[in-house]
Design a protein around this ligand. Structure first.
Ligand SMILES: [Zn+2]
Length: 307
């Protein structure tokens, strides 16, 4: 049966494994293989009932529970996938329990994303809050929770969420989101205060100083912007953002030739996207942020990089 399945002859495999099951009703192996056949045939309801039969035989053994969860995940039935994952967490051996709890958090995040897409903002809010209660380092949940608050008209809570998120994760991405919320409200002075606050928390972070310089430039405080970029140790002087800030400062001080020179350098570095992302699980790069790495499937694994 396994050979037939591997050769793509799924209905043959189903016949053989059903036969094996008929010969020995207590064969967990026959049930598990039959379940795999049904998955290969995309007959998910049959697969689930076969794995449930296996659970009836082996009780607290993990594999059939995990297969059922994977099917529910594949069919995006998050509500039941979460219920299945809670059972997995409760029976997982100690060394595996942490990983399974992380999966439970990820599923809760996915379910909340679906609710957000359906416009069920209050359910989505509760989902993202539950994610953060269980894992305060889950960066995408801070970003999405802030978005939900914005959608339900509570910008104050958006800002509070992102401030809390930066304190917990020290993620530049959370800071950038905070900047976006504040500048959309035209509160450019608060953007400066925001980066000053972040700089106090992370005094050795060069990226924050560069972003603070940018905020100063946007309120025409060129002297403070100059002081910030002069304090950089050099690792960011080749970034697009550095050249842009340098250009804006020169421009603000009416040094047009130097400004044009810096803008040209910035354009060379491609001004359009200066933030990109790297996956801490697989090392893959991406120009777009997402809660889950598109290359390896790991949740909460993308980190912002300035280029
Ligand atoms: Zn990855």
């Amino acid at each position: 049966g396994v050979i037939r399945r591997m050769d793509g002859m799924v209905s043959e495999a189903i016949k053989l494994h059903s036969k094996a099951k008929g010969i020995d009703k207590n064969s967990v192996t026959a049930l598990m293989e039959l379940g795999e056949d049904y998955i290969a045939a995309e007959q998910f309801t049959n697969a689930v009932s076969v794995f449930q039969e296996a659970i009836g035989l082996v009780g607290r053994s993990l594999p059939p529970h995990i297969r059922i969860r994977d099917i529910l995940l594949k069919t995006r039935n998050f509500k039941e996938a979460i219920a299945a994952q809670k059972r997995i967490v409760s029976i997982a051996p100690r060394e595996q329990a942490q990983e399974e709890r992380a999966m439970l958090v990820a599923l809760t995040y996915e379910e909340a994303l679906d609710k957000l897409a359906e416009g069920r903002f209050y359910d989505a809010r509760d989902g993202f809050k539950s994610v953060l209660r269980n894992d305060g380092q889950f960066i995408p949940a801070y970003l999405k929770l802030a978005e939900v608050y914005e959608r339900i008209g509570s910008t104050k809570n958006s800002i509070k969420t992102l401030e809390k998120g930066f304190k917990a994760t020290r993620s530049i991405l959370v800071l950038k989101a905070l900047e976006m919320f504040l500048s959309a409200r035209g509160e450019m002075d608060k953007v400066v205060d925001n980066y000053k606050w972040a700089k106090n928390l992370e005094s050795n972070n060069e990226v924050i100083r560069l972003l603070l310089a940018d905020a100063y430039v946007n309120v025409s405080n060129f002297a403070s912007a100059r002081a910030e970029i002069d304090s950089l140790n050099g690792s960011l002087v080749h970034t697009t953002l550095y050249h842009l800030i340098e250009g804006k400062i020169q421009h603000g001080e009416n040094n047009i030739d130097q400004a044009l020179d810096s803008y040209a350098k910035a354009r060379e570095k491609e001004a359009a996207s200066c933030l990109s992302f790297t996956c801490i699980a697989c090392g893959g790069g991406s120009h777009e942020f997402s809660g889950r790495c598109k290359a390896c499937g790991q949740w909460n694994a993308l980190r912002a990089v300035l280029s």
